[in-house]
Design a protein around this ligand. Structure first.
Ligand code: AMP
Length: 562
């Protein structure tokens, strides 16, 4: 028997329509590429999104067609999110930090009809245009006064497109399972693959992530997504903020500590979201200048493991409550968030901290399990790590144009490629990417745990641990660290820091200091680059610590020492 309830499709334009109706005077503030701060309201954003929708239709953009964007977090990008999806087309956010070859591949693979770009990417677009003949027009996201002097075919200015239209437009009815957005994720091998979000998955993700145990957003919040709108839709914040009527602050291209701090203070930011590396810059700036936040009180950090020392600094020194989140492009991205339960009020602070440091428990709408190498399910005992599989309403079933073939495991589970433990309360703790796991004597060593220990050393600013071949143990961990400016920390002192902080046989066999670590286009440590760079690293043969390390490895359980 059917229920007697209305069946109104979940759709992206409904979010901005709602924000216009119920939060029409709430502000969207952007730091522009041209320079000044731009501010307007959800009502005005909605009006301009409808004008842009008419401009797209005038250019014959059809349902399901892809429209590319190469842009920072700003109000025109925000309008594109709604106008492109709102007419039933697909907004394809392109990560400008990728290599030119990958960018050309992505634009052509997506078959983008138009590409909208921020002025800072003009040179990039000039190089790209000859390699992307299918793009009918390149739209500079600016006004005529700032039109770039570029030699681009079919160059159009965003504001000229809008000026030719009025806002007399109603969003059409859309099938909630139809596609609204596309984002490519770069795998370790092969070409980048497109994750194609639907209206339904996007709205459900936005609804759930606003909940108190996730982003904790409401109409009193002021939210600044540091995570770029070209990386998994800024973790859904441009959808979540209008859903609840939160003021939205978009930082543009200025992601350094000083510029961000100014915006946090000037706009009264209360909530944020970003990867650990951006918080490094922010913390350094605050410490160097003896500053505190006046309004900022909570943030979600994810995208890579948030080091516990960073969480502690933000909480204890700056009064910011950090929620550790985990997810991936294929999971829209937020799948888990690390927030305590009521019963944890009774446990010791040290245990509460340990729970918060895990990647968190699944949101409603996401299920999770861990399996061994043969696909057998492992217990959720918080100790045995396994391959993490997820399933849920905002988890991908495959990639755009069938790239990679059937990716789902039996039962419709998505294999994440991450390795972790799950405890009886369902808190996930990621120990590694499966390809980064270090196998020593047949057992796994968690590179993330070792990196966290290194990072907790007061003279280390960043650290990566990779596994390198070892004649006896298959692989052993090598620590690659960046020292704070002026530090004289040496190898032995850093290795001594691990004593008592982890199992003796996990302690890295060697340390290399570098000036900086390589990162991927999404801000993660590029371990592939490090493995290539240190491929020929020679393990120390005769130092005292090498002997100690060998001695320590004798602690490995007997069956692992064969
Ligand atoms: P992406 O699709 O680029 O967002 O990358 C997703 C991957 O980032 C995941 O599969 C994890 O390997 C990693 N990741 C995301 N969040 C976390 C986290 N909180 N801790 C550890 N790894 C994470």
């Amino acid at each position: 028997m059917d229920g007697l309830m209305m069946r109104i499709p979940l759709s992206v334009p409904e979010l901005i329509r709602h924000a216009d109706r119920c939060h029409g005077d709430t502000e969207v503030v952007s730091r522009t590429i041209e320079g000044p701060i731009h501010r307007y309201t959800y009502r005005e954003a909605h009006r301009r999104a409808r004008r842009l929708a008419r401009a797209l239709l005038r250019r014959k953009v059809g349902r399901g067609e892809r429209i590319g964007t190469l842009a920072w977090n700003g109000y025109r990008h925000f309008e594109l999110y709604y106008s492109v999806s709102g007419i039933g087309a697909v907004v394809h956010t392109i990560n400008p930090r990728l290599f030119a070859d990958q960018l050309a591949y992505i634009v052509n693979h997506a078959d983008d009809q138009l590409v909208f770009f921020d002025l800072s990417f003009t040179t990039l677009v000039e190089k790209l245009a000859p390699r992307c003949p299918g793009v009918a027009a390149w739209v500079a996201m600016t006004d005529a006064a700032h039109r770039p002097a570029a030699t681009l075919p079919n160059l159009v200015c965003y504001e000229d497109l809008l000026a030719a239209e009025d806002d007399d437009y109603e969003w059409p009815d859309l099938d909630e399972t139809s596609a609204c957005a596309l984002c490519y994720t770069s795998g370790t091998t092969g070409n980048p693959r497109g994750v194609l979000y639907s209206h339904r998955s996007t709205v459900l993700h936005a609804l759930t992530t606003c909940l108190p145990d996730v982003l904790n957003l409401g109409a009193q919040s002021v939210v600044l997504p540091i995570v770029p709108m070209f990386h998994v839709n800024a973790w859904g914040l441009p959808y979540a903020a209008p859903l609840v009527g939160a003021k939205l602050v978009l930082p543009g291209a200025a992601l350094d500590g000083k510029s961000l701090y100014a915006l946090f203070e000037d706009e009264g930011v209360t909530h944020s979201a970003g990867v650990p590396t951006v918080w490094l810059g922010m913390i350094d700036y605050l410490k160097a200048n003896g500053l505190r936040f006046s309004t900022f009180r909570e943030t979600i950090i994810g995208g890579s493991a948030c080091p516990p020392a960073m969480m502690r600094t933000l909480r204890e020194d700056f009064g910011v409550d950090v929620k550790h989140g985990w997810g991936m492009t294929e999971t829209s991205p937020i799948a888990t968030a690390g927030v305590l339960k009521r019963k944890h009020a009774k446990v010791a602070e040290v245990d509460r901290t340990a729970i918060r440091e895990k990647q968190g428990r699944p949101l409603f709408g996401v299920e999770m399990k861990i399996v061994d190498a043969d696909g057998r399910e492992l217990p959720h005992d918080g100790t045995r790590p396994g391959n993490v599989l997820v399933r849920g309403s905002w988890v991908a079933t495959g990639y755009f144009r069938g790239e990679g073939g059937d990716v789902l495991a039996s039962g419709g589970w998505f294999p994440t490629g991450d390795v972790g433990t799950v405890d009886p309360d369902q808190y996930l703790q990621i120990t590694d990417r499966s390809k980064d796991v270090i196998k020593s004597g047949g057992e796994w060593i968690s590179s993330i745990e070792l990196e966290n220990i290194a990072f907790s050393h007061p003279e280390v600013t960043e650290a990566a641990v990779i596994g390198l071949p070892h004649p006896k143990w298959d692989e052993r961990p090598l620590l690659i660290a960046v020292r704070k400016a002026g530090s004289t920390l040496d190898r032995n002192a850093l290795l001594a820091w691990f004593d008592g902080r982890t199992a003796r046989w996990w302690i890295p066999d060697d340390v290399v200091f570098v000036d900086e670590l390589p990162h991927t286009a999404t801000g993660k440590l590029s371990k592939r680059t490090l493995r290539e760079r240190f491929r020929d690293h020679r393990w120390p043969a005769s130092t005292r610590t090498a002997e100690e390390a060998a001695d320590a490895r004798a602690d490995q359980p007997r069956d692992m020492r064969a």
